[in-house]
Design a protein around this ligand. Structure first.
Ligand SMILES: [Zn+2]
Length: 485
């Protein structure tokens, strides 16, 4: 069997986290009683008129800019007509002719055995807004199907890529990067288990080196990275087997059966013409002003991918650490503030990746719930660097700063955590310890130098662990040598 390559393009549906729906003011909350969040507009009653939620437009523009798309200044909505019980108005309001964004890209990092990691650019064909449909639940026992229209009108963005993927790994890397980015710019929660990020996979295979694309199939609504990965491997093998045996691939929509891990033919793929698209007559042209665009540009934060690169090139962090620290906006901002205050990005990264992440895990705190003063961690790191506090005490200070928003300086003072560095205070303690351990002192003087550790330990214990270790070591060594002469 000769070598083949897999060609994949994606259509990703992202649910936007607006409070209300795209064409009415019903709430978008997940869960809740069936049909509790509907009105005449989203339930598709005759004569009800849609009103466009401006927040959806803002989020769409922000996403378009983050994906380096050209924003369409005269955007429009179109009706995609089809009948299905979960779509009471008989059409979806989508964008075919003038989508809000076009011709963008997103870079993804791929691991490569030779070079550590390489960057690949995935082109974005377009980005458009549309409304979601309802949800059907099939009850086998009663042989009934239930319809919940609460999802109708939940705002979606559809992101369509060019067929630039050549493996399941690339697709998963893209989806992970996209999810991180969308959460970072605050347009979606991207909870795959709640269906707020779903991918349709368009896949074809061809002989390695061939220019033309093969006939593609579409697998819809894959809702986990694992399913995406499994479905791609299975479908690519299936297609190549058909071709190798002299068969032809049908242009069709296939269903991925997550339990049996097989793809099954569902229906012949519809062409755009079969949906009888036409401009939505109930919504006016969507004119994006220069000012709106300029504001969106100005408000777009530095994106995770760019931050990650900056952490690696300017701060010298390993790629893995840089990736983790740049993934969540709150974490990234806290890290940068910390690095600035303590003047040591590496140490800031160590504390963030170690003790700080552990606190988040132990307390099941989501990044957006963090309430620590943003200066605190940087101040704590400085205290350790300046030798004013032990590492163990610093962890205690951090725990309190994290849980109760205490100010590190005040907490350390209140709990008497400062290290003693005053020689006038420490010297008498050292002398007392040496006097009490005459045997060890004499052995040291006779050449048993390892007794120094013992005497240091005893001195530290005598200060209840509060002495600055370097000052104490200096004093003990000095005292032992002074007495020798
Ligand atoms: Zn409604």
């Amino acid at each position: 069997m000769s070598d083949y390559e897999t060609v994949v393009g994606l259509e990703v549906h992202v649910e936007l986290k607006t409070e209300s729906k795209i064409f009415c003011s019903c709430p978008t909350k997940f869960g809740g009683a069936p049909n509790a969040q509907i009105c005449e507009v989203c339930a598709g009653l005759p004569g009800a008129l849609p009103r466009l939620n401006q927040k959806v437009v803002d989020y769409a523009i922000r996403t378009a800019l983050a994906l380096h798309c050209e924003v369409t200044r005269e955007s429009r909505f179109d009706r995609k007509n089809y009948f299905y019980p979960d779509l009471p108005k008989g059409y979806q309001i989508s964008q075919l002719y003038a989508p809000i964004g076009r011709d963008g890209f997103m870079d993804i990092d791929l691991s490569s055995p030779d070079e550590g990691s390489i960057t690949k650019r995935i082109r974005i064909h377009e980005l458009h807004m549309e409304d979601d449909a309802g949800k059907l639940t099939h009850d086998e026992a009663s042989r009934k199907t239930f319809i919940d229209l609460s999802r109708c009108g939940v705002p979606l963005l559809e992101i369509v890529t060019e067929p630039d993927f050549r493996s399941a790994e690339e697709v998963v890397a893209f989806l992970e990067t996209l999810r991180t980015m969308l959460k970072f710019i605050g347009v979606s929660d991207c909870k795959m288990q709640e269906g707020s990020l779903r991918a349709d996979v368009n896949l074809s295979v061809r002989q390695v080196g061939a220019d033309e694309l093969g006939t593609r199939t579409e697998m819809k609504n894959l809702s986990s990275f694992r399913a995406v990965s499994k479905a791609i491997s299975y479908e690519a093998d299936r297609q190549w087997k058909v071709i190798s045996e002299g068969g032809t691939i049908e242009r069709e929509t296939r269903r991925w059966d997550e339990e049996k891990e097989v793809s099954l033919a569902m229906r012949k793929k519809e062409d755009a013409a079969e949906y009888k698209y036409f401009p939505e007559p109930d919504l006016p042209m969507l004119h994006i002003t220069s000012q709106k665009l300029a504001t969106a540009r100005a408000e777009l934060p530095e994106l995770p991918q760019e931050r990650k690169n900056r952490y690696v090139t300017q701060m010298g962090l390993p790629k893995y650490d840089a990736g983790l620290l740049s993934a969540e906006r709150k974490i990234a901002e806290l890290f940068e503030k910390t690095a600035r205050i303590c003047g040591d990005p590496k140490e800031a990264s160590n504390w963030m990746m170690g003790d700080f992440m552990k606190l988040l895990n132990d307390t099941s705190t989501a990044p957006e719930e963090i309430e620590i003063r943003e200066e605190s961690l940087g101040e704590i790191i400085l205290m350790v660097k300046e030798g004013r506090i032990s590492r163990a005490s610093a962890k205690e200070v951090l725990r309190s700063a994290f849980a109760e928003e205490t100010v590190p300086e005040e907490y350390a003072t209140a709990h008497d955590l400062w290290l003693i560095r005053d020689e006038a205070v420490l010297m008498p303690v050292v002398q007392q310890v040496l006097d009490a351990n005459e045997k060890a002192v004499n052995e040291y003087r006779a050449g048993k130098t390892k007794n120094l550790q013992f005497l240091l330990g005893q001195s530290m214990r005598a200060t209840k662990g509060k002495a600055d270790p370097s000052v104490l070591a200096m004093l003990v060594t000095q005292a032992l040598q002074n007495d020798m002469t």
